[in-house]
Ligand binder design. Sequence first.
Ligand SMILES: [Zn+2]
Length: 263
Amino acid sequence: MLKFYKATLVAMLLGAGLWSSASADDGQIRVVYPGAKKPEHQAVEKILKELRPFEAMADSYNRKFFFPRDVIIVVAETGQVNCWYIEQEHRIYISYELLDFLLELFRKVEPEKEARADALNTLFFVVLHEMGHALVGELDIPTTGREEDAVDDFACLTVHQVGGAARDQALAAAKWFGIMGSRKNNADLPFWDEHSLDMQRFYGIIGLMYGANPNRYMFAEKLVPKRQLERYVHDYPKKLDSWERLLAPHFRKKLPRGQNLKI
Ligand SMILES: [Zn+2]
């Protein structure tokens, strides 16, 4: 178990590649570990503290953006199967319980090794989704339509821009939504929720990844009509450009158009 986490996180960090240390004199994203009580969570926490994947991600964001104040990422036992951002607290919470849930979910549909990789990749995607919320909240970024969809897009755009193993995070999250969505009856669907339905989030992720690189994600052609595939290809650069333009006033250094979300 421990070996796996170590190996996977190292592989993910190597895959991300672009994460490196930061220095700045204004607001910073920082990571804290209040201390897990359950032995299995303590084991995960020990490895996270050693390999520092969330710190590396925070550094990358600190290097990219001016933040008006500190934002704290709290990695903890929260008693909730969730990750979330609270604007008033300027905090993101990452729950060990969500990792437990994801491991359990993927173990039911695939071998242990794949289940562990998918659980971790999904957790990382969820953290990027929360980073999207944090950018909206901290930098006062306007959103029209559902913010939940917009930050799913943000997470997809960043993993595609970073490339390599980072893209597996989006695919694992899509798999998660696909599994969850396939289990629900119509009567159980939360139409009232702030999030799109699980299957819509599945297609949202698949669509954006296909739009970014149709040859890499040709499996989408078996799932989606041609007319919609063309829409995905049309939408990807528009969404990338929209996020770049909204975030541009907050970049420390602006890169050429289309290259600013390699965060
Ligand atoms: Zn959200």
